[in-house]
Design a protein. Structure first.
Length: 308
């Protein structure tokens, strides 16, 4: 079977994206046709590892990523002219004056690495260097699936680059030729990390829920995905919650005709499974939510390999 890459995204956080990814991964482990790997590209808040945790005695592999630029200061070159402060070199307010030592101070978290201070200082007292922006972690989960995830360092401004590094990381893994399904848990929103996540994928699952914010963010996500011309299907989580907004929500799908590939009912076994840090399908494979996810899994396989 040809290797396929499927991403699970949602414009809005908290709609069940990671929970769905964990259950899909669990289903692949019990499917003799599929060898999968999962990448958590939600690098600002990776939490798939909480559900698909490392197997006991499994050695995690870690790789530092240096993709954020920050300014550093070389005291020996500074003439203490104070122009960097008086002439307001830094648009990001990352520079302040240390009156005790008569030198500028750089606020690491505020510095965007723009390079203006380096350009403007006549003493050449500033340098711009890459610093650690996060790390990539690789392990085999307790259900037997390899997991890769990225974790952004506090103050890093380059989540999109870390996402790209995560996706590239798996290309060097031993045994990649046996993998025929790459499942990617994407970040919420429509910004740079999402764009880095979805580029080059074969198919996208967009998870939403029948709420005003769910529909609002779904529309923005679809607009983004259509720009990239990636085929997609929609999963509606808690599709049967009783709310007056259901009328408008259903009207949207009737009018647009977008492909709904699954509807997951409101089911208390999902939060219960989360409290045990398990995929719902492992926790209770007969629950209504699990049955719906099994249908979604079958649909995805059909779409990816049979084109329907
Ligand atoms: S860092 Fe540069 S601009 Fe700032 S006080 Fe020193 S020499 Fe002057
Ligand atoms: S690199 Fe840019 S953001 Fe950072 S301290 Fe210098 S001027 Fe400010």
């Amino acid at each position: 079977m040809k290797n396929k890459k499927v991403g699970v995204i949602s414009g809005k956080g908290g709609v069940g994206k990671t929970s769905l990814v964990a259950s899909l991964a669990y289903l692949t482990e019990n499917d003799r046709d599929i060898n999968s790997i999962v990448i958590d590209c939600d690098v600002d808040a990776p939490n798939l590892a909480l559900i698909l945790s490392p197997s006991p005695n499994n050695n995690l592999k870690r790789k530092d990523v240096y993709s954020t630029l920050k300014a550093s200061f070389q005291k020996e070159k500074c003439t203490q002219c104070k122009r960097c402060i008086d002439d307001h070199f830094c648009e990001f307010n990352a520079l302040s004056w240390d009156f005790d030592n008569n030198i500028p101070l750089i606020d690491y978290l505020s510095c965007e690495g723009c390079g203006a201070c380096k350009l403007l200082c006549q003493g050449y007292a500033f340098e711009i260097n890459p610093v650690k922006s996060g790390e990539i972690i690789y392990y085999i989960s307790d259900i037997g699936i390899p997991i890769v995830y990225g974790k952004t360092r506090l103050g890093s401004t380059t989540s999109g680059k870390l996402v790209t590094e995560c996706k590239s990381y798996i290309e060097k893994l031993d045994g990649l030729e046996k993998i025929n399904l790459i499942i990617i848990d994407g970040p919420p929103g429509i910004g740079c990390p999402v764009i880095a996540t979805i580029s080059g994928l074969d198919y996208l699952i967009i998870v939403t829920e029948p709420t005003p914010s769910g529909l609002h963010d779904l529309k923005r996500t679809i607009e983004l995905v259509q720009n990239f011309k990636i085929p997609f299907g929609i999963v509606i989580n808690k599709f049967n919650i009783d709310t007056p907004f259901q009328v408008e929500f259903k009207k949207y799908f009737n009018e647009t005709g977008f492909d709904i590939i699954g509807k997951i009912p409101f089911d208390l076994t999902i939060p219960e499974a989360m409290s045990y840090a398990k995929p719902v399908i492992e926790f209770n494979h007969e629950s209504e939510a699990s049955k719906a996810i099994k249908n979604i899994y079958t649909q995805i396989k059909n779409i990816l390999w049979n084109g329907k």
